[in-house]
Design a protein around this ligand. Structure first.
Ligand SMILES: Cc1ncc(COP(=O)(O)O)c(C=O)c1O
Length: 399
């Protein structure tokens, strides 16, 4: 057999493959594992979407190849949603494209833009696809640190001028996975100006735009004046309406970027099943109604877990968005060391911060994807086993 492409060897092992292996091992030992690992909602897709799908799947006209850039119905629903939700005007013909989930769009955008040696600005910690697909395309990821002292926002003044000039793409994601951080308009303006000045395509991954709490509403980068000249934004229905398995999202923004992405897709995939596009359009049309109840559940889980961790000695704020908590490991411990201990002592699975890039050291991520009673059980096990911030910080602190 020939060897796979050399680029494959540059990739770190897929984070969740390693987590799945550890879970399987512990389960085989009979441990009652609680996984707060993968960001995959535990709740079902809302009824109106499921019903729309059930009807659409029976319609023969939906059974053939879909238009690769999306049905008129979905592109119109996305256009209306951008207008009502963010006040952003986009052209459904040239500025909107359906995606087989936003992960597909992110990866194919890199394929559409990156020549060997091109620089791609990738946040760290960040969603691993930005970095890894850049490597697959022979590009050079440049780590843009997202640090706690900067509220997990990029410090543009630290990006060297020569790197900025060589950069083709800049990936950002707010509300942020894994940190739960949010961004304000002033910072978006600064980033847009930076990308205009350096001729960089800004890709804003807005997968968590609707998962917000306490009255906070997340912005679209495209709502900033002039953003569309340099920005494409990816939206995902996966987390919005518990549809991770359905594989549907859309890209919107700069028409040249949409066209380039479409050229890759046209030669790679054949679009999203039309019945799914119909169900997605139904979801977008009743978005606020569908997300309200979900966000009530997630904010309650957040309250339970943050308050519980703080009782165990942590000092965690309550984030206003995403179902992730980005929690520091006790002083003196490494991320991997802490998560291994949590699995061994408590049967609880969380990914180490380092799974999201080098700047993730010192943290672990919690996905609030289990019911309240299981979260309480995690906290009870931690207390019982002495996995508390104060106790471990004392033991692990450097001399
Ligand atoms: C930041 C971010 N972007 C994109 C995705 C991909 O979502 P999907 O491909 O399901 O739309 C995820 C999924 O976890 C994510 O966390």
């Amino acid at each position: 057999m020939p060897q796979p492409a050399a680029n494959l060897a540059k990739l770190p092992p897929y984070l969740f493959a390693e987590i799945d292996r550890k879970i399987a091992e512990a389960k085989a030992r009979g441990v009652d594992i609680i996984s707060l690992g993968v960001g995959d909602p535990d709740l079902p897709t809302p009824d109106p979407i499921v019903k729309a799908m059930q009807e659409a799947v029976a319609v023969p006209a939906n059974h053939n190849y879909p238009p690769y850039h999306g049905t008129v119905e979905l592109r119109n629903a996305a256009t209306n949603w951008m207008k009502t939700r963010f006040g952003v005007t986009v052209d459904p013909e040239t500025e909107v494209m359906s995606l087989i989930g936003s992960k597909e769009g992110l990866a194919h955008l890199i394929l559409a833009y990156v020549n060997p040696g091109d620089v791609v600005l990738c946040p760290s910690p960040g969603y691993p696809v930005y970095n890894n697909y850049t490597l697959l395309c022979h590009g050079e990821p440049y780590v843009v640190p997202l640090l706690a002292q900067n509220k997990f926002l990029p410090d543009l003044s630290k990006i060297p001028a020569d790197i900025a000039k060589r950069a083709k793409l800049f990936f950002l994601n707010y509300p942020n996975n894994p940190t739960g951080a949010i961004i304000d308009e002033a910072k978006i303006k600064e980033i847009v100006a930076f990308c205009r000045e350096n001729d960089i395509l800004l890709c804003h991954d807005n997968a968590y735009s609707e998962m917000t709490f306490d009255g906070y509403r997340a912005p679209s980068f495209l709502s900033v004046e002039g953003a569309k000249d340099v920005c494409i934004e990816m939206f995902s229905l996966s987390k919005m309406y518990n549809m991770t398995g359905w594989r549907v999202g859309f890209a919107t923004g700069n028409p040249a970027a949409i066209k380039a992405l479409g050229t890759v897709k046209n030669n790679t995939d054949s679009g999203v099943f039309k019945a799914i596009q119909h169900a997605a359009a139904v979801g977008l049309d009743m978005s606020d109604e569908l997300t309200k109840d979900l966000n009530t559940i997630y904010s309650r889980r957040r309250d339970i877990f943050v308050e519980g961790l703080n009782r165990l000695g942590w000092d965690c704020p309550k984030n206003e968005a995403t179902f992730y908590l980005w929690v520091p490991v006790p002083t003196g411990m490494k991320s991997v060391e802490f998560v291994s201990m949590l699995l061994e002592k408590c049967g609880v699975v969380v990914p180490p911060g380092t799974g999201y890039g080098p700047e993730g050291e010192g943290f672990f991520r919690v996905a609030l994807t289990v019911p309240d009673d299981r979260l309480k059980e995690v906290l009870a096990r931690m207390e019982r086993e002495g996995v508390t911030f104060k106790q471990l910080a004392k033991q692990g602190a450097p001399a």
